[in-house]
Design a protein around this ligand. Structure first.
Ligand code: HEC
Length: 108
């Protein structure tokens, strides 16, 4: 009986962990790749138009902190009056962190 309970706990903990690990990628591909590209290079039609940077470039990655990235995701990103990125709606802190973690993997 206890073994079954323990197994259930392990299995459900694993399900939660793998769901949140997958989220960054899934969220990014759904909401961000149209500008930043599936490969993070920003070489999409929209990305080129808006001036998305190449996130495989370590210099680009180093220039932006996690905190700034999370802020850009949640609150949007503007240069002067020009909105480059709209705030993402319904994104939790964990979602934003997962997306930033996923974007960090583009770094070469
Ligand atoms: C409409 C196009 C567009 C979409 C959609 C978009 N971005 Fe951006 N994003 C930009 C542009 C343009 C910039 C400014 C240049 C750059 O840093 O690439 C930017 C900047 C950023 C930055 C750097 C912010 C800073 O402080 O320098 C991060 C991190 C980022 N985007 C992540 C994301 C994530 C994650 C998503 C999905 C939730 C997303 N973007 C969706 C266009 C977009």
């Amino acid at each position: 009986m206890n073994r079954i309970l323990a197994l259930t706990v392990v299995v459900s903990a694993f399900a939660v962990a793998s769901a949140s690990a997958a989220d960054g990628k899934a969220l990014y591909e759904k909401d961000c790749a149209k500008c930043h590209g599936l490969d993070g290079k920003g070489k999409t039609k929209m990305g080129e138009k808006m001036g998305a940077k190449d996130y495989t470039d370590p210099k680009v990655q180093d220039a932006v902190t996690d905190a700034a990235s999370i802020k850009a995701i949640k609150e949007g990103f503007k240069v002067g009056d020009k909105t480059l990125m709209k705030p993402s709606e319904g994104v939790s802190d964990d979602d934003a962190k997962a997306m930033v973690a996923y974007m960090r993997k583009f770094k070469k």
